[in-house]
Design a protein around this ligand. Structure first.
Ligand code: NI
Length: 180
């Protein structure tokens, strides 16, 4: 079932999400939630969705980059994956900037600087411990999605407010100069 994605201003986006309970990993309830998140993500055309964006107050997010090459540039293909209780370790604190958007902040882009070399540790839907190193745009995607689990939006991380743009103006004035 497709769920409603809540938008900036909704207080649920500002809550700190709870760890997903161990005894629910592998449950029918979890698999139904994952299916709903898959449907909602596909319907929206995004590459990531965090549970708080559909008002589910748990630390999990789904990411899929399979069909995103044309829209997001060069990004490794990640098949639909669920990240439960993810943790980020920054491997190199040097930051670089990317233009980000968010399903909860529609039609707006902003330039955000983040570390570009990280490791992620998480649990799969069957409770397996997983790990992955991510660089560049993929590192940004993970940090953006996992920020949602801490009540943060990319808007909060924009340092230079002249680099906030509506989509149309972004394509006209910013993309040729500043997209990496
Ligand atoms: Ni987002």
């Amino acid at each position: 079932m497709k769920r409603t994605i809540i938008r900036m201003g909704h207080p649920n986006l500002r809550e700190i999400a709870q760890p997903y309970p161990n005894d629910k990993i592998g449950s029918q309830e979890l698999f139904e939630l994952i299916e709903d998140m898959r449907e909602t993500l596909h319907y929206s055309g995004g590459i990531g969705l965090a549970a708080p964006q559909i008002s589910v107050p748990y630390r999990l997010a789904v990411i899929e980059t399979t069909n995103s090459q044309s829209r997001y540039g060069d990004i490794p293909i990640i098949p639909f994956t669920i990240f439960i209780n993810p943790k980020i370790t920054v491997l190199d604190s040097n930051q670089s900037g990317m233009w980000e958007g968010c399903l909860s902040v529609p039609n707006i882009r902003g330039y955000v600087k983040r570390p570009q070399n990280i490791r992620i540790d998480w649990l799969s839907e069957t409770g397996q411990l997983k790990t992955l190193n991510a660089r560049g745009l993929l590192a940004t995607v993970f940090q953006h999605e996992f920020d949602h689990l801490n009540g943060k939006l990319f808007i909060d991380r924009i340092q230079d407010t002249t680099k906030i743009s509506f989509d149309d103006e972004f394509h006209l004035y910013h993309q040729p100069l500043e997209q990496l």
